[in-house]
Design a protein around this ligand. Structure first.
Ligand code: PLP
Length: 421
C-alpha cells in the first residue's frame, strides 16, 4: 500500500462483523484461565496483553500503523513526546555513557539531554550540525552510545543531514536517533537515509487536532546491538529473569528492552483513548500535510516581501540556506511552521499578536488551527532583550504554525495585524 492507504488501513484489520473503526479497549487488565498462560506472558515467551501499562490492543494497533508508515519493524507508544525521547535514550545509555546531539533540537529535548539525563549520569556533547566531518569526529568518545538529531528542528527550522550523521554514527558503531515530529513520515522517512530509531511527539501533526498528548518510538530493526558496544543487550538482564535481549528477540531487541525495562519501571505508556485519537488523526495525515505545506509556502512568500518584516525563516523558501537539504530529504514540502522577525522588536511582536482576529495565540504548533506565539512576550518573557538574543531568539521573533483555514482568510488576518505592529 502507498502511504495514503497505509494511514487508513494499517494496524487494524477487522474480521467479519467486527467494528470498522478501531475499538477503544478501555481495560486496565485482561483475564486468563490458567497460571501457565500468565507465566508465559510474563516470561515474554508468548505475546499477549496482560496489563495496560505494558501493552493494550488499541495502543498496539497505532504502534503497528506508525511502524508501517515509517518502514520500521515495530513501535512503542508513550504518554508524550518527551517520554518517547527519555525511553529511547535510557534503553540505550546508562550512567557513565555519553551521547552526541545536534544543538538544533526542540528546547524540551535540549533540557532533557543536557540537564536531566546529566543527573542520571549520562553526558551529552551538543554539536553544530553545520560543522564538518572532521570536527564532528572529535565529539566521539570511547563511551559514546548514541547520536541524536531532529529532521526539521523546532523552533530553529534547520534541516538535519540524516545520511551524513548516520554515516558518522555507524563508523563508531552507535545508532542514529532522529526526532521526525515536524516532518512526519508523509514528508520524510529517516530510515531510508540510514537512521536507526525514529521518535515522534504524536501530540503534533500525527494527531493534528490538539486533542491528546503522546509520543512514539519506531525501530528500523537494522542496528547491530551485538557489535560489542551494548552489553545491556547481550548480557542477561537480572531484572527480567536473566533475559538476553539480542538472543531472545533478535531484531526486536531494542523495542522489547524499551518496553520490558523502561516502560515497565517508568510507566509512561500511551492510554487507549490517546491512541484512538492519534489513529483518527493519522487517517487524514497526507491531506493535512499537503495543505499545511501549501499554506505555509504562501505565507512565507507574503511575509518575505512585507515592509515590517526583517527576515523570514522557512526551509521551503527558495532563498532558504537549507534548500539543498530540502531537495534531498523533504521534496514534498517542509511542514507548516514558519518563524519571522518584526523590525519593531518586542513591542511590535506583542502588538501584532494582540491584533490578530482569527489566528490564535497558543503554546503549541502543528494543529489544524493557525496559531502563533511571540516568545519575548510569553514563554521567554522573563528574559531581557540581551538575554533573548544570547538564546538565539530575537525580541521581534514570531513563530507561526499554519493551519488548514482558507489561505485568503489567513493572509487577510496577518496583513491587518502587521499594519498595527
Ligand atoms: N519533539 C519535538 C520536535 C517537539 O516539537 C516537541 C513538543 O513541542 C516534543 C518533541 C515533545 O513532545 P510532547 O510535548 O508531546 O512531550
Amino acid at each position: 500500500m502507498k502511504i495514503e492507504s497505509q494511514c487508513i488501513h494499517e494496524g487494524y484489520s477487522p474480521e467479519n462483523g467486527e467494528p470498522c473503526v478501531l475499538p477503544i479497549t478501555q481495560s486496565t487488565t485482561f483475564r486468563y484461565t490458567s497460571t501457565a498462560e500468565v507465566a508465559k506472558l510474563l516470561d515474554l515467551t508468548e505475546a499477549g496483553f496482560f496489563y495496560s501499562r505494558l501493552g493494550n490492543p488499541t495502543v498496539d494497533a497505532v504502534e503497528r500503523k506508525i511502524a508501517a508508515l515509517e518502514g520500521g519493524i515495530g513501535a512503542l507508544a508513550t504518554s508524550s513526546g518527551q517520554a518517547a525521547a527519555f525511553t529511547a535514550v535510557m534503553t540505550i545509555a546508562k550512567a557513565g555513557d555519553h551521547i552526541i546531539s545536534s544543538s538544533s533540537i526542540y528546547g524540551g529535548s535540549f533540557n532533557l539531554l543536557g540537564v536531566t539525563l546529566k543527573r542520571f549520569g549520562v553526558e551529552v556533547t551538543f554539536v553544530d550540525q553545520q560543522a564538518n566531518d572532521e570536527e564532528l569526529e572529535k565529539a566521539f568518545r570511547p563511551n559514546t552510545k548514541l547520536v541524536f538529531g531532529e529532521t526539521i528542528a523546532n523552533p530553529a527550522l534547520t534541516v538535519f543531514d540524516i545520511e551524513r550523521f548516520a554515516r558518522l554514527a555507524h563508523r563508531h558503531n552507535v545508532p542514529l536517533l532522529v526526532d521526525n515530529t515536524f516532518a512526519t513520515p508523509y514528508l520524510c522517512r529517516p530510515f531510508e537515509f540510514g537512521a536507526d530509531i525514529v521518535i515522534h511527539s504524536t501530540t503534533k501533526y500525527l494527531d493534528g487536532h490538539a486533542v491528546q498528548m503522546g509520543g512514539v518510538i519506531v525501530d528500523s530493526g537494522k542496528f547491530d546491538w551485538t557489535n560489542g558496544n551494548f552489553p545491556e543487550f547481550t548480557e542477561p538482564d537480572a531484572s527480567y529473569h536473566g533475559t538476553v535481549y539480542t538472543t531472545a528477540f533478535g531484531p526486536m531487541a531494542f523495542l522489547v528492552k524499551a518496553r520490558a525495562q523502561i516502560i515497565r519501571d517508568i510507566g509512561c505508556y500511551q492510554t487507549p483513548q490517546g491512541a484512538f485519537y492519534v489513529d483518527l488523526g493519522i487517517q487524514t495525515l497526507p491531506v493535512r500535510m499537503e495543505k499545511h505545506c501549501r499554506n505555509a509556502e504562501a505565507v512565507a512568500r507574503f511575509l518575505e516581501h512585507h515592509p515590517k518584516v526583517a527576515s523570514v525563516n522557512y526551509p521551503g523558501l527558495p532563498s532558504s540556506p537549507a534548500q539543498a537539504l530540502v531537495q534531498k530529504y523533504l521534496p514534498k514540502g517542509t511542514a507548516g511552521v514558519i518563524s519571522f522577525c518584526l523590525k519593531g522588536g518586542r513591542d511590535a511582536g506583542a502588538r501584532f499578536i494582540d491584533s490578530l482576529k482569527m489566528v490564535t495565540l497558543e503554546v503549541h504548533v502543528a494543529d489544524i488551527r493557525t496559531c502563533v506565539l511571540h516568545p519575548a512576550s510569553s514563554t521567554h518573557r522573563q528574559l531581557s532583550d540581551v538575554q533573548l538574543t544570547e538564546c538565539g531568539i530575537a525580541p521581534g521573533l514570531v513563530r507561526l504554525s499554519m493551519g488548514l483555514e482558507n489561505i485568503e482568510d489567513i493572509l487577510e488576518d496577518l496583513a491587518q495585524a502587521l499594519n498595527k505592529a
